[in-house]
Design a protein around this ligand. Structure first.
Ligand SMILES: [Zn+2]
Ligand SMILES: [Zn+2]
Length: 267
């Protein structure tokens, strides 16, 4: 199987509470085949792009893993800028699980529950003014778990992860080689399945100070139960700003790596 070269740049690698300049939300810029697109676009994403000197107009598309603010709420600025400043639309790649099948409104939960309040504005160029909908801002593409697709020529396949009970959340596999879990609780079978499919690198959610029962992220103590050959293929992300040196040293000694804000990984 031929591989497709691509880069992943971490616009941030922090958790939902992260504050610049310590870090930004865990959102990633994928560069492949002369296109740039986002894995998640959280509240701090436009600021993180600005911080790195990347204009919003350079973003061709976004994939959204789930509907938490640190993963989706930056879309408001991105979509408003795209339509009202650039006069064009953007491609949105959304997991099927985020679609509202019975709402009667074209689009997805992302519109109903996240964007509609600010983006459903009247188009005053028409008479009488027409209310804008998601399709005025974006071409929406539905991704189905287990049905391989591609984003600008880069093969992708999404997979469900457990994060918030009864709320959908998805990881994404890139070019059959790299997996990105997004926010998730620990599952060794999920990791084994990814590695058995030939994935060489997994970017994985981590929490070093999990409150225990009820935590919706992956406690490092759980990742620490993995054998070294698995740890060496895992790069940790979505961690707190107050990460202790002892936490970092323990993880690195076990073979894990960390993604850092601004860092570029080439595959
Ligand atoms: Zn998050
Ligand atoms: Zn989340």
């Amino acid at each position: 199987m031929t591989s497709t070269p691509f880069n992943l740049q971490f616009l941030g690698s922090g958790n939902a509470w992260t504050k610049p300049p310590a870090n930004f939300h865990t959102n990633v810029l994928v560069s492949c085949n002369q296109n740039s697109w986002l894995i998640d676009c959280g509240t701090l994403c436009p600021l993180a792009l600005h911080h790195l000197g990347i204009p919003l107009r350079n973003i061709d598309a976004a994939f959204i893993s789930h509907l938490h603010g640190d993963h989706v709420l930056g879309l408001e600025e991105l979509l408003l800028h795209r339509l009202f400043c650039e006069h064009r639309t953007i491609d949105l790649f959304l997991p099927a699980g985020l679609f509202t099948e019975h709402s009667g409104i074209e689009g997805a939960d992302i519109w109903q529950n996240c964007l509609r309040a600010s983006l459903e504005t009247p188009d005053v160029s028409t008479h009488p003014p027409r209310m804008l909908s998601l399709s005025d801002y974006a071409s929406v593409h539905k991704l189905i778990p287990g049905s391989p697709s591609n984003i600008f020529g880069l093969p992708v396949d999404i997979f469900p992860v457990e994060h918030i009970p009864m709320r959908p959340c998805y990881g994404i596999m890139l070019d059959h080689r790299v997996a990105y879990t997004s926010d998730c609780t620990f599952s060794r079978p999920r990791l084994e399945e990814l590695f058995n499919k030939g994935v060489s690198t997994v970017f994985h959610d981590v929490c070093f100070t999990c409150p225990g029962i009820g935590c919706v992220h992956t406690a490092f103590d759980d990742l620490a139960t993995l054998p070294r050959d698995m740890a060496e293929r895992i790069i940790l992300m979505h961690y707190a700003d107050d990460l202790q040196d002892t936490h970092i040293r323990r993880a690195i000694d076990m073979g894990f790596r960390f993604a850092h804000q601004g860092e570029i990984f080439s595959f």
